[in-house]
Design a protein around this ligand. Structure first.
Ligand code: 57M
Length: 357
């Protein structure tokens, strides 16, 4: 909105020229998102507490979690608000990807909200039946895939570390996109089990994709780096910037000891958005590295369940893997900060692939 209102004023004063620059608008999207989280955060947390939208803690988990009983959940509402409002303020609203990402944020947010609401209303930690949750995620991801496919989006997938190596998927691109988006959404959801454990790596991943959106959307830089150029993708830098600001803002409240949990409204949505950003920037495979922490968490569950079904034995004391470390006696803040450190290293390696090819 600000872009549309203020940029045309450059005819009257050159200062308004600054609104055309994506870098300028991204910085202010970050700042706006951060400030909005600080402004609405305490109000929403208070409302959630008053409405008794508190977490129901499972009794069979690590016992140190029982003191978290009653911590308000659904704090993801703060994140969604702080992502969408700055995006609408600072982005070019004629860009179709801006609306696609906004729809993905809201779509996954609604699925997560229904899940959280059911948990709260029934005072049960199970919430929405997994098959309905999956159906919701599937429909939204399919919508993204079909939109891209029928708007003649490039259906080749780039392979990290290899110059000019692309795999042309044709119609198989549709299930591929669904897999990336639904997989990312669920992996982030599984990770969200300790204070700040998910939002830290999300902030780092969003910052990494903020860089990728800028580079892939700029024809000169894309040619120079020999990465795939995606027309109109650069405007998503503003969206990714808003996500960085909103995530940092949420971390303010979710850092140990958490005043609020994001709930599925936050985790499903942020994961889905990350998957969509990876798809649009043509850095889909690199998400495995950028979101390495989420991948390891999801794999730990797959391996644990597989081993228990096949051999009747567990590999970890408890999956996802953060519970294993907790049960081994590592203090919660230590696990969280170590996961952040790993996330930073993985993102740096992912960024290095721009040159390592
Ligand atoms: C998300 N939700 C947290 C909070 C958050 C298949 C199986 C591995 C599924 C998995 C599962 O249910 N995952 C879904 C995990 C929950 O957090 C809420 O959920 C939202 C995210 N969806 O925003 O609202 C609890 O996590 C803790 N928490 C924090 N700080 C935060 O900032 O401390 C969350 C956010 C909160 C709070 O305690 O209540 C969760 O863990 O439930 N299931 C599991 O993770 C369970 N694992 C398990 O059963 N493992 C088995 C098999 C199936 C692999 C095994 O190893 O044998 C464990 N989860 C819990 N207790 N809570 C088991 C014991």
């Amino acid at each position: 909105m600000l872009y549309h209102l203020l940029y045309p004023l450059y005819k009257y004063h050159t200062i308004f020229n600054v609104f055309q620059y994506i870098t300028f608008r991204t910085i202010y999207a970050v700042v706006t998102a951060l400030l909005l989280s600080f402004i609405v955060g305490p109000y929403i947390i208070k409302k959630l507490s008053l409405m008794q939208i508190g977490q129901v803690i499972r009794k069979d988990g690590p016992q140190n979690h029982l003191i978290k009983q009653g911590t308000p959940t659904m704090g993801g509402i703060i994140i969604l608000f702080a992502v969408i409002v700055p995006t609408l303020l600072w982005a070019n609203l004629k860009n179709p990807y801006v609306w696609l990402l906004t729809a993905v944020t809201l779509g996954f947010g609604i699925v997560g909200f229904i899940d959280d609401y059911k948990k709260m209303a029934q005072k049960d930690s199970r919430g929405l039946l997994p098959r309905y949750k999956f159906l919701g995620q599937f429909i939204i991801a399919l919508g993204v895939a079909l939109f891209l496919y029928f708007t003649e989006f490039n259906t080749s997938v780039t392979v990290p570390f290899f110059k000019n190596a692309t795999i042309s998927l044709g119609w198989l691109y549709i299930p591929f996109v669904v897999l990336v988006i639904v997989g990312a959404s669920n992996a982030v959801n599984l990770t969200d089990g300790l204070d700040g454990l998910a939002i830290g790596p999300i902030t780092i991943a969003a910052a990494t994709y903020m860089l990728f959106t800028y580079l892939t959307g700029n024809i000169k830089i894309a040619q120079y780096l020999q990465i795939m150029y995606v027309p109109k993708a650069a405007e998503l830098t503003i969206f990714a910037g808003a996500m960085v600001g909103a995530s940092l803002g949420f971390l303010w409240f979710n850092s140990y000891p958490a005043q609020v949990f994001m709930g599925d409204v936050g985790s499903l949505s942020l994961g889905g958005v990350l998957g969509t950003l990876a798809v649009i920037t043509k850095h889909e495979m690199l998400l495995v590295l950028v979101g390495g922490v989420f991948v390891v968490e999801a794999l730990s569950v797959i391996v644990q369940v597989g081993s228990f079904k096949l051999r009747g034995k567990r590999i970890f004391k408890m999956a996802p893997i953060h519970h294993h470390f907790e049960l081994n006696g590592l203090p919660e803040p230590k696990i969280i900060v170590r996961f952040w450190i790993i996330s930073i290293i993985l993102s740096l390696i992912a960024i290095s692939t721009l040159k390592l090819r």
